[in-house]
Design a protein around this ligand. Structure first.
Ligand SMILES: *[C@@H]1O[C@H](CO)[C@@H](O)[C@H](O)[C@H]1NC(C)=O
Ligand SMILES: *[C@@H]1O[C@H](CO)[C@@H](O)[C@H](O)[C@H]1NC(C)=O
Ligand SMILES: *[C@@H]1O[C@H](CO)[C@@H](O)[C@H](O)[C@H]1NC(C)=O
Ligand SMILES: *[C@@H]1O[C@H](CO)[C@@H](O)[C@H](O)[C@H]1NC(C)=O
Ligand SMILES: CC(=O)N[C@H]1CO[C@H](CO)[C@@H](O)[C@@H]1O
Length: 344
């Protein structure tokens, strides 16, 4: 028995060294509220409303277990965080005025209070973005709205990939909730839906997105709770993403809620989702754990101490154009970048 457990330990150590970890956003138990307020630790906390960061991001300590994928059979080494919004969640970026159309709290991957030095490290070669998401049953989302929750945003305001929940914003407002509103949608840069899966309650939804920054491709892996990650798309082109430094951007873990069109606004303002539209101002949140970025030199971490790699088989890809998403995208283009984050 002693030998068996030692063997497991060594296997684990070997594997965790095998594939280079480029960034670890799994929140250690020693991170404090004061750290959060000051953007010390794995995230910058400046994209939020007027209250302190701890008003919008809660360290859950032992109250909630993280995804079991990375800590199987051991005591958790990370704590879950909740990311929440309420009616005060109006972010004022460095320019462009308060974002009255959105309600948002974004955590931005950083090391030593800096995302700009981290981004080139996690966004060159082929890298894999891991994150796990769970419902906060006390503060559910409103699926008649669109939510952008995990994304990489270069300076042009586009997203290299994005995870969306809810009903995509349309102008004029379509039938609500939209078909697929209660599903996660993994979007490519051109807003095609690469993969969709229901946001079932009480489960951790584990995602891994492989980005080949040179070939500009994406591949998606997914599982629930302690199940090993499985490839759910082929390696798909993402050629509308910009190559090189201009295509790199901050890695966001967020709850960003879009408005619905307000018929009382002027026709030109009705499409300006950043600054106008209807918000109920409700308290809403998501739980996050298992956030990290790795190199693929020695494979992708699949959970349960397994390593794998994605295969090219594009037959796996379930690609579907979403016209509604394209409309949203053009609206963003008209109003410019959704966010200009000024490091404090
Ligand atoms: C938490 O502990 C680790 C390991 O002891 C240390 O490296 C890290 O700096 C600590 N983090 C904080 C935010 O205190
Ligand atoms: C930071 O966090 C603490 C909770 O530990 C909170 O009481 C305090 O008001 C916050 N704000 C600042 C500016 O430190
Ligand atoms: C939410 O905030 C907006 C903008 O500050 C305000 O106009 C609105 O009245 C608030 N709604 C509620 C329900 O408090
Ligand atoms: C969800 O949003 C819709 C559309 O704006 C609104 O009518 C409804 O009251 C909201 N639900 C809750 C629980 O706030
Ligand atoms: C899945 C897929 O092929 N997505 C898109 C990647 O980028 C190219 C170039 O813009 C699009 O044509 C693809 O549809």
């Amino acid at each position: 028995m002693v030998y068996a457990s030692l063997f497991c330990l060594f296997t684990f150590v070997f594997i965790s060294n095998a594939t280079p970890l480029l960034y670890d956003g799994r929140v250690p138990f020693n991170l404090t509220n004061d750290d959060l307020n000051s953007s010390i630790g794995p995230f910058l906390t400046g994209v939020k409303g007027s209250e302190d960061a701890t008003h919008y991001t809660t360290l859950l300590g032992n109250l909630e277990l993280p995804t079991p994928l990375w800590d199987a059979g051991t005591l958790p080494t990370e704590q879950v965080i909740s990311v929440s919004i309420d009616n005060t969640s109006i972010f004022t970026p460095g320019s462009g005025g308060p974002q009255f159309g959105f309600r948002r709290t974004d955590l931005i991957a950083a090391v030593d209070g800096d995302s700009k030095d981290l981004d080139p490290l996690i966004e060159s070669g082929t890298t894999v973005f891991h994150f796990s998401i769970k419902e906060d049953e006390t503060r559910p989302l409103n699926f008649t709205h669109e939510y952008q929750i995990v994304f990489i945003e270069p300076n042009d305001g586009s997203h290299v990939f994005g995870i969306q929940l809810g009903s995509p914003f349309t102008n004029p407002t379509g039938k609500l909730p939209a078909e697929n509103a209660y599903s996660f949608k993994v979007l490519d840069h051109a807003l095609n839906v690469l993969f969709s899966t229901p946001f079932t309650p009480n489960s951790w939804h584990n995602f891994a997105i492989q980005v080949d920054w040179d070939q500009r491709t994406l591949a998606v892996l997914y599982s629930q709770d302690g199940s090993t990650l499985k490839q759910v798309t082929g390696i798909v082109p993402n050629l509308s993403a910009v190559a090189g430094v201009n295509g790199q951007g901050d890695f966001h873990i967020a709850v960003l809620k879009l408005p619905l069109v307000n018929p009382l606004d002027s026709p030109s303002n009705q499409g300006d989702v950043v600054h106008f539209g209807i918000q109920e101002g409700t308290d809403e949140a998501l739980l996050y754990s298992g956030v990290f970025v790795e190199d693929t030199t020695d494979g992708i971490s699949l959970g349960n101490d397994l390593l794998g790699s994605v295969n090219l088989d594009t037959a796996h890809a379930r690609t579907k154009r979403s016209r509604q998403c394209h409309e949203t995208f053009h609206q963003y283009r008209e109003v410019g970048s959704t966010e200009t984050y000024v490091s404090q």
